[in-house]
Ligand binder design. Sequence first.
Ligand SMILES: Cc1ncc(COP(=O)(O)O)c(C=O)c1O
Length: 384
Amino acid sequence: MDRSPRQLKLAPATRAAQALRHIDEKTGAVTPAIELSSTYARDDQGEGRQDYIYARSGGPTIKTTEALLADLDGGEDAMVFASGMAAIVTVLETLRAGDHVVAPNVMYHGVINWLLHIEQTRGVKVTLFDATMPAALSDAVRAETKLVWIESPINPNWDVIDIAEAAKITHSVGARLVVDSTVAPACTTKALSLGADLVFQSATKYLGGHSDITAGVLTCAKADEFWAELQNIRTLTGNVMAAFEAWLLVRGIRTLFLRYERASSNALRIAQHFENHPKIDKVIYPGLPSHPGHAIARKQMKNGFSGMISLLMKNRQTAHDISRFVQVFINATSLGGVESLIEHRIKVEGPNSIVPDTLLRLSIGIEDADDLIADIEQALERAG
Ligand SMILES: Cc1ncc(COP(=O)(O)O)c(C=O)c1O
């Protein structure tokens, strides 16, 4: 009888939790060392060992991190960057004068700002569409469209875009679809399997999860010539993530599923609690059945609707006051960390933003939900 161990097929949550699992032969250490070397000695034949030559194109810690990310997203490959914006700029660097790119008119403001910058400086054509209008994306794409960039849920008004539908529309004109999945990582949405060609994530947020790294990730459905061009741009521009950040990122991913579930269940409770509050005009959260994108969110967010909520207050002053009066929430930008953050969004996006000046963006963390509810209640009382 064959006594060799039966190979178990492990679920993504297990693979993530055991991501740094490694037993060192000599010492028994159960997590791997961080590989900090910036250069790699060639072998007797003058060849690179395992393709490692120079850290700007990635060393062992970077490659391990990328293998984990590609595995979780179900992609052929992954690349890690020094920040989310470094990854975004790398993708947009492939666009030439006359190329057309389509994106929502509300989304992470850094992407809109860079698109408008390359429209002015490089002659790239940009169409921003209203993601709340049903036919807006199909009206926006055309034969010269090279790239459709979407985000779901969209920051900071949490509109939900049907990724499978967007992929069909994008591919009908021969363009590539990039999905910013920062708010809906692979633990809840598998954007590549829904038809995206590339998934982008600011790993500064949920993937890292502890507000202690800036990091960006791209994963691809196919490691084709376009992917090779992106790899080349990253190497030449030196946008790669540092090894220490990569190690911290993997450590963060070990608790991703747990943190995301807790942030999502906390956020749902908070959204339900404040939904009909007399001092709040509107609670925007895709997990609420009243949210216009709830049905699509249910279809493509399988394991929680994120910790991201926006509150529309009665006026700008109240929004400003609540962000100052909270005691448990921290008044700071960013999202996806274990600690809850609140921000008066207009302060970050600036005067060109079309986001309402009454909007408070909440990133719900993993604290006790009752403490977070009590904190907003006391801030509302004080704001009057
Ligand atoms: C949805 C989204 N995309 C992209 C970015 C940019 O990422 P980074 O700040 O890591 O450069 C952010 C950062 O706030 C974001 O929230």
